[in-house]
Design a protein. Structure first.
Length: 287
């Protein structure tokens, strides 16, 4: 085993940031693969006659498999190897994204999208646990926050590039190549703002548990977010859009962040107490 690095880093400071850069880029492509399908909705509705609800199901498919497999995969990550698990996950979700280009109907595309979620199920817990181990506790919230900035940026890039590719070369190529300006700007800012909770909230999932359970701990966070939000949200919003119009749908869903604010505040009242109960142990690195 290698000794811990200086200044609280598990390895050297430069190598820790090198690993972080790789993880950031992987997460960026992860989120691009997740949401590239959103830009393709008009093309899928034209070619296959899909409703907004069915389009929402194509987004939810990814998050349902993340919900189902995130916890068992995170246990494997904590018990086996975070580094090897992350590499395997990246290969799996990239192959699944490429497979979407060869689908012939809604059912095939739905299951291909679900396979993307299977590949991504352990990446967020494994990556978060690895980052938490590499960096000192005082930098953890900042680093995790920067890492999670890849979510809105990757999502936005996936939609923009997916739409551009679909217009010029066809929607199938958007899957293969990605293995109103003012309105879009407001939506982009809204998406970035919505993820601002991540740095503190995710750091808490790493602070208040034993270091050997960090991937498992964050998997529970992933399950909650994806089960109650990412998987149900697109279907719920799609249903409202089909029935009442997109304007009403966006108005209704905008109230849910207010509920989240209250819950985050209540949770913050228990942080210091839970942190004091955590066992402190020295970490080492697998060869």
């Amino acid at each position: 085993m290698k000794a811990a690095g200086s200044e609280g880093y598990l390895l050297s400071k430069s190598y820790s940031y090198y690993v972080f850069a790789l993880l950031f880029l992987l997460y960026l492509f992860d989120c691009m693969d997740r949401l590239v399908v959103v830009a393709l909705f008009p093309f899928l509705q034209r070619d296959w006659g899909l409703t907004d609800t069915l389009c929402g199901l194509l987004v939810s498919a990814v998050y349902w498999t993340i919900v189902l497999f995130s916890f068992p995969v995170s246990i494997l990550i904590d018990r086996w190897s975070r580094r090897k698990s992350i590499g395997f996950m990246a290969i799996l979700w990239s192959l699944a994204t490429a497979a979407c280009a060869f689908t012939k109907n809604f059912t095939q595309l739905f299951f291909a999208r679900a396979a993307i979620g299977l590949g991504e199920a352990g990446y967020a817990p494994g990556g978060t646990a690895l980052i938490s181990a590499l960096f000192p506790e005082k930098k953890r919230a900042m680093i995790v926050g920067i890492w999670n900035a890849s979510i809105p940026f990757g999502s936005a890039l996936g939609v923009v590039l997916g739409g551009y590719i679909a217009v010029h070369w066809g929607w199938r190529h958007a899957f293969g190549l990605l293995s109103g300006a003012l309105q879009y700007g407001f939506l982009l800012v809204g998406g970035i703002t919505a993820i601002l909770f991540a740095s503190s909230a995710i750091a808490v999932t790493q602070d208040v548990v034993h270091p050997g359970l960090r991937a498992t701990s964050y998997s529970l966070c992933v399950i909650s977010m994806n089960l109650l939000g990412s998987s149900l949200g697109p279907i719920f919003t799609g249903y409202l859009s089909d029935r009442y119009g997109i304007g009403t749908a966006l108005t209704v869903v905008s109230f849910f962040p207010l509920v989240a604010c209250v819950l985050f505040f209540i949770g913050s009242l228990y942080y210091e107490r839970d942190l004091a109960r955590v066992e402190r142990i020295a970490l080492s690195v697998e060869e």
